[in-house]
Design a protein around this ligand. Structure first.
Ligand SMILES: Nc1ncnc2c1ncn2[C@@H]1O[C@H](COP(=O)(O)OP(=O)(O)OP(=O)(O)O)[C@@H](O)[C@H]1O
Ligand SMILES: [Mg+2]
Length: 213
């Protein structure tokens, strides 16, 4: 049985924080896991991410952006995710194909049919079995992301996406909520404006129920 669980949501919604905490818990329970992320889940993906997130590439066109994300996904699915699923591992993935619909579709305005084609091809038609959507107002998410970046070594580490305007981020949030509306069974909507522990309890519950732990 396939167990691909994805974590989605706008910048600063707490995906990486929550995936780390739930992974620690599942490892303690001896669940065999792959913990990974897009686009940087492989060496090649990390290099592609370097191009995608570089602030100096502010003029990158949307078409280049989607091809690069999907190139990283193609590698990630074939090199990491498929092999892990074949070994019966539970895969926890920080962002996946829904992010392409939200960012390059709702955010950049690329055509849905085109996105479906390139997404399906790069992901080998692999769909998440369960998706946790971390939802919160964009102002809060961006504030958290900025505060996090300020703590990093490079003070001006804001990336190309975090520098986008509020409207862009609002479209992403709405884009995610629209995908959820069309596939309510696959999604769990999580109010990400609450504190870390409260959210983590809910995340654990959803995952435990899903994998029958
Ligand atoms: N529930 C929360 N309440 C307050 N702060 C939080 C909460 N969850 C995470 N944070 C903090 O907010 C910042 C962003 O969280 P995190 O990096 O997990 O978000 P993310 O969704 O992975 O963001 P990105 O999309 O940029 O990767 C971090 O500094 C984190 O410690
Ligand atoms: Mg993150």
């Amino acid at each position: 049985m396939k167990k691909l669980i994805t974590f989605e949501g706008i910048e600063g919604s707490g995906k990486s924080t929550q995936i780390k905490l739930v992974a620690e818990y599942l490892i303690e329970k001896n669940v065999e896991l792959l913990i990974t992320q897009e686009p940087s889940g492989t060496d090649i993906g990390r290099k592609i991410g370097g191009i995608l997130f570089n602030r100096e590439h502010y003029y990158m066109c949307a078409e280049t952006e989607i091809f690069l994300f999907c190139a990283a996904r193609a590698q990630h699915v074939r090199e990491m995710i498929m092999p892990a699923l074949k070994q019966n591992k539970v895969v926890l993935c920080d962002r996946f194909s829904d992010a392409t619909y939200a960012y390059q579709g709702a955010g950049r305005g690329l055509d849905q049919e085109f996105i479906k084609l390139i997404n399906d091809y790069s992901s080998m038609l692999l769909k998440p079995d369960l998706t946790l959507l971390f939802d919160l107002p964009v102002e809060i998410g961006l504030k958290r992301a900025t505060e996090r970046n300020n703590l990093l070594k490079e003070p001006s580490s804001t990336d190309r996406f975090e520098r986008e305007n509020m409207d862009f981020h609002r479209r992403i949030r709405e884009g995610y909520l629209n995908i959820l509306k069309n596939e309510p069974d696959r999604f769990r909507l999580i109010d990400a404006s609450r504190d870390v522990d409260t959210i983590q309890k809910e995340v654990r519950r959803h995952i435990i129920d899903f994998i029958n732990l």
